[in-house]
Write a protein that binds this ligand. Structure first.
Ligand code: SAM
Length: 281
């Protein structure tokens, strides 16, 4: 195996099809709780195949339905080209995460977001100001839809923007309770088992501050599952691939799994990673 490291081996077939296989970079497997978390290596520490080309076409190779305890930028060039990035990134507001420092320079912060979303179908949850100022510069594509997620809290920020880049949701795919259930026509619809469609204004409360001891979740800014459920149901189909480069406690991945989507998640912090493992991701 060693002889082949960083080498591309080309196999010629009779019908003039070349299959080129590139073997990965040298390093050690990253073991967490005795399990390999480094996508570049197998359990024994051997190099994994990094890419396969048939003729000139690159066939990506990345095990799906897994989470990785790494900086996603080590692997972003391998995200499947047809994936949907659904993410609630760090907001660069000095929030206290275990490992990650949430105080980057504006340039570093733009580069971080760019590495996650550039030229990908992406749905990003962020404050309205950053959504307007930063995302158009880093996505490399047009914004197709905006929804506003609102909640009641005693802080100056009571809403976030959810924006779709390079893809579009279909809000009619998700129902909600009618807001005027006493209207005679609406009463008839409710009796017939119908629901109202969702619109671009989502009132969904924040996840309550249940103590870490009670919930087992060490993450302090878990996103409500209902927000992610709406995004996934309105935007993707069963079997689609969803990537969250900033997985946190794994809400996007948990909901993706529940709804029959394939997923890939990355989280730089080991405690959050271990929590995700403990809930079956
Ligand atoms: C806003 S939180 C995500 C919370 C998540 N939506 C949830 O429901 O739990 C952002 C996460 O990104 C992680 N992070 C920051 N930079 C990262 C990087 N380069 N690679 C992987 N994870 C990173 C942080 O540790 C943090 O947990």
């Amino acid at each position: 195996m060693k002889n082949f490291k960083n080498r591309t081996v080309v196999i010629n077939f009779k019908n003039n099809v070349n299959i080129a296989v590139t073997i990965g970079k040298p390093d050690k497997p990253l073991l967490v709780d005795g399990k390999n978390t480094n996508p570049f290596f197998n359990e024994a520490g051997y190099y994994l195949i990094e890419e396969i080309r048939i003729g000139k076409k690159l066939v990506h190779f990345f095990p799906l339905n897994r989470i990785y305890n790494i900086d996603f930028r080590l692997a972003n060039w391998r995200f499947p080209s047809n994936c949907y990035v659904i993410t609630d990134p760090p907001y660069n507001i000095g929030f206290k995460y275990n490992t990650y420092s949430d105080k980057l320079s504006p340039e570093e912060y733009c580069d971080l977001l760019k590495a996650a979303v550039e030229k990908r179908k992406s749905i990003v949850i962020h404050h309205p100001e950053e959504t307007i100022n930063i995302l158009p510069r880093v996505t490399g594509t047009l914004c197709q839809e905006v929804a506003t997620w609102v909640y009641n809290v005693n802080t100056p920020k009571q809403s976030r923007s959810i924006t779709w880049w390079g893809c579009k949701p279909d809000f009619s795919k998700v129902g909600q309770e009618y807001k005027n259930p006493n209207d005679p026509r609406i009463k008839l619809r409710i009796a017939a088992g119908k629901k109202a469609r969702i619109y671009d204004w989502w009132f969904i409360q924040l996840v309550k501050n249940v103590s870490k001891k009670m919930s087992g979740n060490p993450h302090k800014c878990t996103i409500p599952e209902e927000v992610i459920e709406r995004i996934i149901l309105t935007t993707t189909e069963v079997g689609d691939i969803i990537v969250d480069p900033f997985a946190g406690s794994g809400t996007v991945l948990k909901v993706a799994k529940k709804l029959g989507r394939k997923y890939l998640g990355f989280e730089i912090d080991r405690t959050y990673y271990r929590y995700m493992k403990s809930i079956g991701l």
